[in-house]
Design a protein around this ligand. Structure first.
Ligand SMILES: Cc1cc2nc3c(=O)[nH]c(=O)nc-3n(C[C@H](O)[C@H](O)[C@H](O)COP(=O)(O)OP(=O)(O)OC[C@H]3O[C@@H](n4cnc5c(N)ncnc54)[C@H](O)[C@@H]3O)c2cc1C
Length: 327
């Protein structure tokens, strides 16, 4: 059985997100398990030159690009139309993959409805079956259960970032194939993004960050959490939080790391006042180095930490921030 997998990539500031490279990696693995096929990187947007170059070296066997000023701002209907133009250049059977980012979550269900596909979001595993269908798994009910789905018809799937990993890319150097957009259909002009203001400032994406500084209930108050943010700022790191922090309303759900939050994969994960519940740990185990600060020497987080400090986070954080600011 051969499968042609169209990976709809997500870009930020003109470069491919790590989650897009991860989707390309998983597409290669699925194609290998299925017995062959193409991995097609599909880039939609404007000024995609650099991202298209990256896609050429990320293991895609084809790179198809719809680059048009009319696609400068994201719109699910407009982008779904453009992905349809790309799909028309790729022989069936198709599988559509995208990272489960804000873009992927909005675009792929729209695409699925448009083509009558079988949609599954935030999946954590994909297995091709002998009859050409796919079996996928994902966490449901806030992580309390794992659901297994059989997708018949055309699968349209978003992948949970950092659940699959990125392989070294095989040597491939496909040319960039440009697909003209032409006029956008009226339905694609219904909703237009007229302005986009990031509230994240300069901090990196939690799922993409090389360093993550996280705080837990041990930070005691929402106000103390600023100490976590100050250290993150000093290190150019992303800020994470345990679910206890999110449930207390100290920080929004987008900060949550763990089973029902985000999976992170940084070089360095710093945890302050986090006990190390299994639901938190599953989101951080791919970190290269874990440093934990907790006043309880028996806290479970010390079992997975590479370095541990038994101490008061409110004392250690300002000292560490000061020491690193001096460098
Ligand atoms: C289905 C399900 C899904 C879940 N998903 C997630 C998830 O995605 N992410 C997640 O994080 N949790 C998740 N949880 C919750 C998880 O079980 C824990 O309740 C949560 O992670 C605890 O957060 P915490 O470590 O901040 O708080 P606590 O467990 O209360 O730990 C606080 C820690 O701070 C330490 N401490 C206290 N004061 C200080 C101080 N001054 N200095 C240093 N240390 C101090 C304490 O010793 C303690 O170890 C989930 C639970 C369920 C049931």
């Amino acid at each position: 059985m051969t499968l042609n997998i169209i990976v709809v990539t997500d870009q930020r500031d003109g470069t491919l997100k790590g989650a897009s490279r991860e989707s390309l990696s998983e597409a290669r693995r699925v194609v290998a398990r299925a017995g062959g096929g193409d991995v097609v990187a599909c880039l939609v947007g404007h000024n995609l030159g650099k991202a298209a170059e990256e896609a050429r070296h990320s293991g895609a066997s084809r790179v198809l690009v719809v680059d048009d000023e009319k696609l400068k701002a994201f719109s699910a209907a407009g982008y779904a139309h453009a992905v349809g133009l790309v799909a028309a250049k790729v022989p069936a059977p198709h599988v559509f993959l995208a990272p489960d980012t804000t873009m992927g979550r909005e675009l792929l269900p729209r695409l699925g409805a448009r083509i009558g596909g079988s949609v599954a979001t935030a999946v954590t595993s994909i297995a091709p079956e002998a009859d050409g269908s796919l079996t996928v798994q994902r966490k449901v009910f806030g992580g309390r259960a794992t659901e297994t789905l059989r997708l018949r018809g055309t699968p349209v799937i978003t992948l949970r970032p950092n659940a699959f990993g990125i392989d070294a890319s095989p040597a491939s150097d496909p040319p960039v194939e440009n697909v003209p957009l032409g006029d956008l259909p009226a339905v694609a002009q219904g909703v237009q993004v007229t302005n986009f203001t990031s509230t994240r400032g300069d901090t990196p994406d939690l799922t993409e960050a090389q360093i993550v500084v996280s705080g837990g209930r041990g930070m005691k108050t929402a106000e103390n959490f600023v100490l976590v943010e100050n250290l993150a700022k000093t290190l150019g790191a992303a800020v994470g939080a345990s679910r206890a922090v999110v449930d207390a309303g100290w920080r929004p759900a987008s900060f949550q790391v763990g089973q029902t939050g985000k999976t992170v994969q940084p070089q360095l994960y710093l945890a302050f006042g986090i006990s190390g519940a299994i639901q938190h740990l599953v989101g951080i185990t791919n970190s290269r180095c874990i440093v934990a600060v907790n006043k309880d020497p028996a806290a479970p987080i010390f079992k997975v930490a590479d370095y541990g400090v038994v101490g008061d986070a409110m004392t250690v954080l300002p000292l560490l921030t000061k020491a690193l600011t001096k460098q």
